[in-house]
Design a protein around this ligand. Structure first.
Ligand code: SAH
Ligand code: SF4
Length: 398
């Protein structure tokens, strides 16, 4: 029963056992479904066309605008019908295993999927905004050498519902229902949690469409940023079909160093990546591409590296800004963070060339919530063990 599903990966595609997507609860979870899919689900459950159309509209509004978590509260739907719905459908949220709050106000949630995979989500409050850092996969198939998530063995794509469910859960916690256009704490979203979003393209796209829907979560695409380590063949589609801001994890300016720290570079090199950035639909001076650059001592942080970065950005005539990320340590990491003076000097060289290069202030380090520190306990179980658990659970259901 372990029908493997391959997730694209650089060196070895990781086969993902999908033995038990169905839980004991046979009801269908509506979160993550498009309007049309909700309508189809209602039709399949027995509603006629007209009813299904009307109900799906109401349900959509209740779920995504009002944040309803059960049908009982849907006062615009007749009572017998609410019961009928509750017997067939659910409105899920990821299960919260742990919720930590940092001394700087950053929050980290350890979440669990119905089939027992753990992943993380982080909320970073600031004076004028709040950014939710959302995961796209449990683990990551790419093994960037400086990233804790990359050391996880267990990988599975999160579903669209599990992705949009993170945003909804954050709204629950912050008390921000119903959706309002202005003044919310959760104002921005970055696809910078666990995983490579462009290796889970369809689910990320479907989830973000719901997040951006005017009668859904209502966040503007200008407030959403998708970060990729450089999956070149998917970048154009990301621009066309999702259309959010793009961040690219560049981290190095020579083939030698990038091959080492971002192994995907062996497949899609720097020049190819920058050409794809130049062609990214919708990038212009008002909507710049962010280049993320993690500062690793004696690895990628010399003056020469900074000047080469400027040269490359100019060569491709990119509307770019650079985000310098001090390396966040994790147990056993093979690198150290550059000194503060080095990071400042690097930033100055880029600024002096007329390109914005702020230094990102690390947040939530005390709860291991900072960039690249996310790694859930999921990996503690081996693949064989996960398969065995899956079989057991199936057997119990049979
Ligand atoms: N997989 C995507 C998005 C998630 S990672 C990507 O790689 O772009 C979000 C950002 O954190 C990336 O720029 C990543 O390179 C960076 N990062 C990873 N590990 C880090 C660490 N230990 N310290 C600082 N930044 C790190
Ligand atoms: Fe994956 Fe991004 Fe970490 Fe690289 S930096 S291993 S792509 S999550």
């Amino acid at each position: 029963m372990t029908a493997g599903m391959a997730i694209a990966g650089h060196i070895d595609p990781v086969p993902v056992p999908r033995a038990f997507p169905a839980s004991e609860d046979r009801r269908v979870d509506l979160v993550g479904l498009s309007r049309d899919s909700i309508r189809t689900a209602l039709e399949e459950a027995g509603l006629d066309d007209r009813q299904a159309k009307l109900r799906s509209k109401q349900i959509w509004h209740q779920i995504y605008h009002r944040g309803a978590v059960d049908f009982v509260a849907m006062s615009d739907i007749a009572k017998p019908h609410r019961l009928w719905l509750a017997e067939r459908f659910t409105i899920g949220r990821p299960e919260v295993i742990e919720h930590l709050v940092s001394t700087d106000g950053t929050r980290k949630w350890l979440l669990r999927t119905p089939d027992g995979n753990d992943f993380e989500m982080v909320f970073i409050p600031d004076a004028d905004r709040g950014t939710l850092c959302v995961s796209s996969q449990v683990g990551c198939t790419l093994n960037c050498r400086f990233c804790h998530t990359g050391t996880m063995r267990l990988v599975r794509n999160l579903t669209a519902g599990e992705i949009v469910g993170q945003v909804m859960l954050a709204r629950d916690t912050l008390g921000e229902w119903p959706s309002q256009p202005e003044g919310r704490m959760l104002s921005n979203i970055v696809m910078m949690g666990m995983g490579e979003p462009l290796y889970n393209f369809d689910n990320v796209r479907d989830a973000l469409k719901i997040v951006m829907d005017g009668d859904g979560l209502g966040l503007s695409r200008r407030r959403i940023t998708l970060s990729t380590s450089g999956v070149v063949p998917m970048m154009e589609r990301a621009g066309k079909e999702i259309g959010v801001n793009l961040a690219v994890s560049l981290h190095a300016v020579t083939k030698e160093v990038r091959d080492e720290i971002v192994p995907l570079n062996r497949k899609y090199g720097i020049e190819e990546l920058l050409a794809a950035c130049a062609a990214y639909p919708g990038a212009n001076n008002a909507r710049r591409i962010t280049f993320e650059y993690v500062m690793l001592r004696d690895k990628n942080d010399s003056d020469e590296d900074a000047r080469e970065l400027v040269r490359l950005i100019r060569k491709y005539d990119l509307p770019a800004k650079v985000n310098l990320i001090p390396f966040n340590p994790w147990p056993g990491a093979p690198y150290e963070c550059s000194s503060a003076e080095r990071v400042n000097r690097f930033s100055t060289i880029i600024f002096e060339a007329g390109i914005s290069a702020p230094i990102r202030r690390p947040r939530g380090r005390d709860i291991m919530a900072a960039c690249g520190q996310l790694k859930s306990a999921s990996e503690k179980k081996s693949r064989a063990e996960m398969d065995r658990l899956a079989e057991e659970k199936l057997a119990a259901l049979a």
